[in-house]
Design a protein around this ligand. Structure first.
Ligand code: SG4
Ligand code: ZN
Length: 225
């Protein structure tokens, strides 16, 4: 957590647990993220709908040395059954951390919410290469370099979301130190698109910021039916 960590070299994911006692879960927890989603093995279940209440507002885009993260003003929520979470931030990884049937996507966005119970609930949106993504443009046309901050006057995170909110659900962890588990993960089935140019803009800052796939162990991935 506090100690320097990275995706390559001597502080890469294989060493995270050794960098700080606080990172013990990176090695010891049996429910780590990311995972591969084996679509045929996913258990069909009557999962609660993802009810996003995202709206336009101010936001700041920061490059924190591990990713580019967008902090929208308060007021965006996600309701999943009885659980209501407030959107804290969203950020990006390349390639996607999670894989589907063994395949990683070029990019993923993680929307991180905090519930009243203090638990985190993350929604993952996978991007495939294709058309220019208009909703990403405000952030990706002026991606801040490390330590820098970009202020956006009017950004609606809801514009990033696909129309179909069906999803895969499983328990997991933070994909970065301290790798705390007890995180609810929801991976949207429908993907979004990103252009080659937008992708290369992000990769100028981060060529690779994805943790390796972690063992599923006894977890079951559920899929909304
Ligand atoms: C990124 O490094 C974010 O910038 C972190 O956010 C985030 O940690 C971390 O990813 C892990 O989140 O959805 N990939 S993930 O599991 O949200 C937290 C901050 O550092 C605690 C605020
Ligand atoms: Zn993430």
């Amino acid at each position: 957590s506090h100690a320097h960590w990275s995706y390559q070299g001597s502080t890469d994911p294989a060493h995270w647990a050794d960098l700080d006692k606080a990172n013990a879960a990176c090695r010891l927890s049996q429910e780590q993220s990311p995972i591969n989603i084996d679509v045929r093995a996913a258990k069909k279940a009557p999962l609660a709908a993802l009810e996003f209440s995202y709206a336009a507002g101010t936001a700041e885009v920061i490059n924190n040395g591990h990713t580019v993260q967008v902090n929208p003003a308060a007021g965006n929520t996600l309701k999943v059954g009885e659980d209501v979470g407030h959107l804290l931030q969203f950020h990006f990884h390349t390639p996607s951390e999670e894989s589907v049937n063994g395949v990683r996507y070029p990019l993923v966005a993680h929307f991180v919410h905090k519930g009243f119970d203090g638990k985190l609930s993350v929604v993952a949106l996978l991007f495939k290469e294709g058309r220019r993504n208009q909703a990403l443009a405000p952030m990706f046309t002026a991606l801040p370099t490390e330590g820098k901050l970009l202020a956006l006057a009017n950004m609606n995170p809801g514009e990033l979301l696909p129309a179909d909110h069906s999803y895969f659900k499983f328990m997991g962890s933070l994909t970065t130190p301290p790798c705390s588990d007890g995180v609810r993960w929801q991976v949207l089935k429908q993907t979004a698109e990103i252009s080659k140019q937008q992708l290369s803009a992000f990769r100028k800052l981060y060529t690779m910021n994805a943790r390796p796939i972690q063992p599923l162990n006894s977890r079951v991935v559920e899929v909304s039916d």
